[in-house]
Write a protein that binds this ligand. Structure first.
Ligand SMILES: C[S@@+](CC[C@H](N)C(=O)[O-])C[C@H]1O[C@@H](n2cnc3c(N)ncnc32)[C@H](O)[C@@H]1O
Length: 257
């Protein structure tokens, strides 16, 4: 069974989570693509915005989570479809623009998939993706360390993946060059200022912590969460203006000329 997703919990901090999507899409040069696919689109809220830029395109958002897909906007623009599907099964043949925001890190063999899609794309097509580069940030290191501790390892060992979940911007760029594409790759470290109590816990509850939450039962889950929350409080102190949460992200826009 895959990781569970909760659209409401993931929807917190929507502004911070959606900004990279727009910064990624802004670097795509295609003016009037016929077919656009958004891989791991979540509820499709951001996918729908692509219709403003490309009003005559057929735009499809694919996501493996039935819960995310069920929460898709009821007022999708004409030409936009959000449906359930697995990134592993995607075939890029005939697609003009492939977008994927904050999803490929969940797919361990995405490097092989990227090479396959690069070979399937036709001339003037673009493959644009963003993945988090924060697996060595305190939020994730502390989560892994606690999960591997004597108290939790029997249940949680191996549940979380580490820095090998994603490559560096240079490695992705190099792979795309090898596949014959031109590349625009960069990194951005956002310094989010999160409001409220235990905001980093709230943030990761929507994403990175989900495999742990799925692996624990109703009795053990709150115990782990409380221990992890205390570690986060030390690592990300709350100030009057909010809690600073640095977050590095890796962007790649590769184009077949
Ligand atoms: C962090 S969310 C990103 C959602 C959206 N792209 C965004 O930027 O807000 C990751 C999404 O990837 C989806 N996902 C993870 N593995 C997937 C797979 N193998 N195939 C399709 N979707 C997948 C999850 O269901 C989830 O909705």
């Amino acid at each position: 069974m895959g990781t569970s997703w909760n659209p409401t919990v993931y929807g917190h901090y929507a502004d911070e989570r959606t900004r990279p999507y727009y910064e990624l899409v802004a670097r795509i040069r295609n003016e009037s693509p016929g077919t656009v696919v958004d891989l791991g689109c979540g509820t499709g809220v951001q996918t729908a915005t692509l219709a403003q830029r490309w009003p005559s395109a057929h735009i499809t958002g694919l996501d493996s989570s039935a819960d995310m897909v069920a929460d898709q906007p009821s007022d999708l623009p004409a030409g936009v479809t959000i449906r359930q599907g697995d990134i592993s099964d995607f075939d890029a043949t005939g697609v003009d623009v492939v977008v994927s925001n904050a999803a490929l890190q969940w797919v361990p063999h995405h490097r092989e998939l990227l090479a396959t899609w690069a070979s399937q794309l036709g001339a003037s097509s673009t493959l644009a993706f963003q993945v988090p580069g924060n697996f060595d940030a305190p939020s994730h290191v502390l989560m892994r360390r606690l999960a591997e501790s004597d108290e939790w390892a029997s249940t949680l060992s191996g549940v979380l993946r580490g820095g090998d979940s994603v490559d560096s911007a240079e490695q992705y760029a190099s792979a795309m060059f090898d596949a014959g594409l031109t590349v625009d790759a960069w990194e951005t470290s956002y310094v989010h200022v999160l409001q409220g109590v235990d905001p980093v816990l709230r943030w990761v509850t929507g994403t990175g912590l989900r495999p742990v939450l799925d692996a624990l039962d109703d009795e053990t889950r709150p115990v782990f969460v409380e221990q992890y929350r205390d570690l986060l409080r030390d690592a990300y102190p709350q100030a009057a203006s909010g809690t600073l949460f640095p977050f590095r992200r890796i962007f790649v826009v590769a184009r077949k000329d």
